[in-house]
Design a protein around this ligand. Structure first.
Ligand SMILES: Cc1ncc(COP(=O)(O)O)c(C=O)c1O
Length: 441
């Protein structure tokens, strides 16, 4: 595969962007491919290489790179009528009504422009509503580039973040109900919120162990703290229109959204009960404002994409395709790398290069680890971020990922982040992907 043009563009990019990129995850080694265009389930790079794409913009592209004609037409019509107004408009109202109709826990919401802005607003709102300061997070979760969430054991996780900004952040391991109980025993009266990805999409794509989210729900209720589900990645991907909270049957107080609800445009939202949401300005006193919030083009794109998904059985098809893909990968692993684990559900998936020492080999896993106590591997499969850190990430990144790319399959470029199917992927694409896995593993 020739990458000369990507290489030359990256060389230029190094002169104008720190590290040659605008977000560090794109600084793939030895250098990223520069995308020329998207085409359904594929991207074509500037050298003319065509890849089956499972990055899908890191999640937003539920329908793939080519939007259905009616969605494209609605976006074009909105652009023709004015890209934005700085005043209320119908598209934002209709997207909000769609979300409120389908997500049980959301009565009111506020649109913002990214996942980070959604989680930032949720944290401020939780603190303002409860009058408390402490924020409990999962130590390997990701909630965006907001200061209080970039904390290592309560200390700033980056230069430029003040000690004060993270002093009230407490982190606990995912899937460890005892750790959550200990934190509430100690700090319960000063905890404003627990914020958690209901499925740990940014660190190995790990399911919650049965009962874990329920424990967080009951602890937050007991101590009058808020439970915030960060569904920036899982929202309208896991559990269809009901989102991940409908699958795991836990109702959070606040939910953050982004990615899919913008249909590929920069959109975010925070939603919850009217009682809590009304604490935001102008009804309440918890400040939030934004020039671009409810940007009409993003609102139209998100709304039309979700309506299309709803009316065309997209979620059912994606779940079937996801199960086929994960099931076929599990079969390949059973033959080649029985210590590895296939994870994910619905349209998200990953293979964790589980450490051979600690993982019991499997005769054949389910199509995505569910932490099933009946499973022969129960207790040895990855459950939290420490297990992902112990996996063979170097092999994943430097050998496996590169080999998949050379076989024409683009995955997210590290062991941590989930990969995404889109409605544009076909059964034939899955078969091609499985062949690539067989070679690359
Ligand atoms: C769960 C979660 N929360 C928050 C964010 C931050 O979103 P953004 O990159 O749009 O700021 C991400 C981004 O990947 C995410 O996956």
């Amino acid at each position: 595969m020739d990458h000369q043009r990507s290489r030359a563009l990256y060389d230029r990019a190094l002169s104008v962007f720190p590290g040659g990129v605008n977000s560090p995850v794109r600084a793939v080694r030895p250098y990223p491919v520069f995308v020329d265009r998207g085409d359904g389930a594929h991207v074509v790079d500037v050298d003319g290489n065509r890849f089956l794409d499972y990055v899908m913009g890191y999640g937003p592209l539920l329908l793939g790179h080519s939007l259905p004609e009616e969605v494209q037409e609605a976006i074009a019509a909105q652009v023709a009528e004015g890209a934005m107004y700085g005043a209320p408009a119908r598209p934002g109202l209709e997207l909000a009504e769609f979300i409120v109709e389908h997500v049980d826990s959301v009565e009111k919401l506020r649109f913002v422009n990214s996942g980070t802005e959604a989680t930032t607003t949720a944290v401020r709102l939780a603190r303002g509503y409860t009058g408390r300061d402490k924020l409990v997070l999962i130590d390997s979760g990701y909630h965006g580039a907001l200061d209080p969430a970039l904390a290592d054991d309560g200390a700033p996780g980056s230069p430029g973040i003040t000690v004060g900004a993270t002093a009230d952040t407490i982190t606990i391991p995912f899937n460890d109900p005892d750790a959550a109980e200990r934190v509430f025993d100690r700090h319960g009266e000063s905890i404003a919120a627990v914020m958690v990805e209901p499925l740990l999409g940014n660190k190995g794509c790990l399911d919650p162990v049965p009962g874990y989210l329920q424990t967080l729900r009951s602890l937050t209720e007991t101590y009058n703290a808020l439970l915030v589900f960060d569904e920036v990645m899982t929202g309208f991907r896991i559990g269809g229109l009901g989102c991940a909270q409908s699958v795991f049957d836990v109702k959070p107080d606040l939910t953050t959204f982004a990615k899919v609800i913008g249909g590929g445009f920069p959109v975010g939202a925070v939603g919850g009960s009217a009682r809590i949401m009304d604490q935001l300005t102008p009804t309440g006193s918890v400040f939030h404002a934004s020039t671009y919030a409810a940007h009409p083009v993003g609102m139209v794109a998100g709304l039309e994409m979700l309506r299309y998904a709803n009316e065309n059985d997209v979620y059912e098809r994606l779940t079937t395709l996801g199960d086929q893909l994960r099931g076929a990968i599990a079969d390949v692993l059973a033959d080649t790398r029985p210590e590895y684990t296939v994870v994910g559900r619905d349209s998200m998936f990953k293979v964790v290069f589980t450490d051979a020492e600690s993982a019991a080999p499997a005769a054949g896993c389910q199509a995505g680890c569910r932490h099933d106590p009946q499973c022969a591997r129960y207790g040895t499969c990855p459950r939290d971020g420490r297990d992902i850190d112990a996996a063979n990430g170097e092999r994943w990144e430097r050998l496996f990922w590169q080999s998949m790319k050379e076989h024409g399959v683009l995955l997210t470029a590290n062991q941590d982040e989930s990969q995404f199917l889109s409605a544009a992927h076909t059964k034939a694409d899955i078969e091609k992907t499985i062949e690539a896995y067989k070679h690359a593993l």
